[in-house]
Design a protein around this ligand. Structure first.
Ligand code: EPZ
Length: 426
């Protein structure tokens, strides 16, 4: 298994190109199941999770072809054609690897009247049930039973529009319902829908495929069902979490970096906190510039919340920055119940962090010290890379496959800005 070795202490200078959003690409790929025509997605990041989704779609019978640069700033273009679906079963072996596989449920059910999708089960950051996906699809008339670890869903006469009021905000459930409702008979209203930029991106792609959706970008989506959708071309929104991760790296290391091909309005809540902590962040013609010169970071408090609040997917990375800030920082995780798995590893590097329930009190220390570390999920893993950039001496981050699920060429991008970082191949 590959590892990442790094030495901290150098400021970052230069530019980094930001790829298309993984968490937009995955539902967009699933949306290809809604039509027999070709859906072409550009700015697709080159990541392990994208390959897993492509594999899942292929086993349903989707024809998947890719072109464009492996590793170029422009990303790849992927063509998906679901004209000949052979199976509506999403097997355990694939779903257990990637929870986003459950996003095929809504599209398969809406277009073919049936789907059988393995229950994803728990994961490192929480129990993560899919009850809201099931509740929503039932409200559109689906008959759903959970048996032998599978969600078995049927709608022999097709889905019917209905009102779904989500009791809590769920990104995945909103995406599944939004996709399913595009082919339901009549009008569907989704209340308390998630508003993440990835959902807005999905909605615009569905509109390009012929769907009728009102309220895009709001928590109240109205979908007027169509008999069929058609092919489209869509460019994937920039990855706001990759953007925020590199911004946090600059906050930790100091220096100045321009993040290319991204937008400040995707991560305003993170930018607000980084500014409060003492960073300079500006929009540029090509993206965002972030810098910190001279003074030490200051501790700031934050609470993770659904968009437009502070993203849970940035909690660990900003905690790494707070671990070396002046003063204390209170960080509260309100989305997932087990998302502080990076804390004991950061503590091994000298961080002073106490967890009380859903909150972590970080008392900034002047410096961290390098250590061998590992983490159990993607964002926790990258937060340890960032902590390593702040640490004196050598840090080795194990289980790099977590990073490869969500960051394309992370070590190359950081090394190009002066970080001492390399991948050790095993
Ligand atoms: C998406 O997961 C992202 N994944 C996650 O990113 C992200 O952390 C999360 O949204 C929150 O922003 C993708 O987009 C592929 P949710 P999702 O449904 O859709 C509870 C990363 O690192 N819930 O919004 O699974 C759930 O347990 C990943 O890139 C239910 O109770 O998240 C959680 O506490 C990790 N029942 C909360 O809602 C349900 O049926 C929010 O989950 C569904 C969710």
């Amino acid at each position: 298994m590959d590892r990442i070795r790094l030495r901290g202490g150098r400021p970052l200078e230069g530019s980094i190109s930001i790829g298309g959003a993984k968490n937009a690409a995955l539902p967009l790929m699933a949306a290809s199941l809604l039509t027999g025509d070709t859906l072409t997605l550009s700015n697709v990041p080159h990541l392990a999770d994208i390959a897993t989704m492509a594999h899942l779609l292929q086993q349903h019978g989707v024809d998947v072809s890719m072109d464009g640069g492996n590793g170029t700033p422009e990303g790849r273009t992927i063509h998906l054609n679901a004209a000949r679906i052979e199976s509506t079963l999403a097997p355990y072996d694939i779903v257990r690897k990637m929870r986003a596989s459950v996003l095929v449920l809504g599209p398969l059910l809406a277009r073919f009247g049936e789907a059988e999708v393995s229950l994803p089960g728990g994961c490192a950051i929480g129990t993560r049930p899919v009850d809201l996906h099931i509740m929503g699809l039932k409200a559109l008339g689906a008959e759903i039973n959970v048996e032998n670890g599978y969600i078995k869903a049927k709608a022999p006469k097709g889905l019917k529009g209905g009102v779904v009021r989500f009791p809590m905000v769920s990104v995945g459930a909103t995406e599944n319902l939004l996709m399913a409702a595009t082919l339901a008979e009549g009008t569907t209203v989704l209340e308390n829908a998630a508003r993440e930029p990835e959902i807005t991106d999905l909605a615009y792609c569905l509109v390009a495929m012929g769907a009728m959706i009102d309220g895009i970008g709001s928590e109240h989506l109205t979908i007027h069902g169509k008999k069929s959708l058609h092919g489209a071309q869509h460019r994937i929104v920039p990855d706001r979490i990759e953007t925020g991760t590199f911004a946090a790296a600059v906050a930790i290391c100091g220096g100045k970096v321009e993040l290319l091909g991204t937008r400040l309005n995707l991560i305003e809540s993170v930018v607000d906190k980084l500014r409060e902590a003492g960073c300079d962040v500006e929009e540029t013609a090509r993206g965002i510039s972030i810098g910190r010169n001279g003074s030490r970071l200051k501790g700031v408090d934050f609470l993770t919340q659904p968009y437009p609040g502070f993203p849970t997917d940035m909690q660990a990375q900003v905690m790494a920055a707070m671990s070396v800030a002046e003063g204390a920082s209170m960080i509260t995780e309100s989305i997932f119940e087990n998302r502080f798995m990076h804390v004991p590893e950061m503590a091994r590097m000298g961080a002073n962090i106490v967890v009380h329930g859903a909150s972590a009190l970080v008392r900034g220390v002047p410096k961290l010290t390098g250590a061998p570390v590992m983490a159990t999920d993607l964002r926790a893993s990258v937060s340890l890379v960032l902590a390593g950039l702040a640490a004196e001496g050598e840090t080795v981050v194990n289980r790099v496959y977590h990073l490869d699920r969500g960051y394309e060429r992370l070590e190359e991008k950081l090394a190009a800005c002066g970080a001492q970082i390399e991948r050790l191949k095993d």
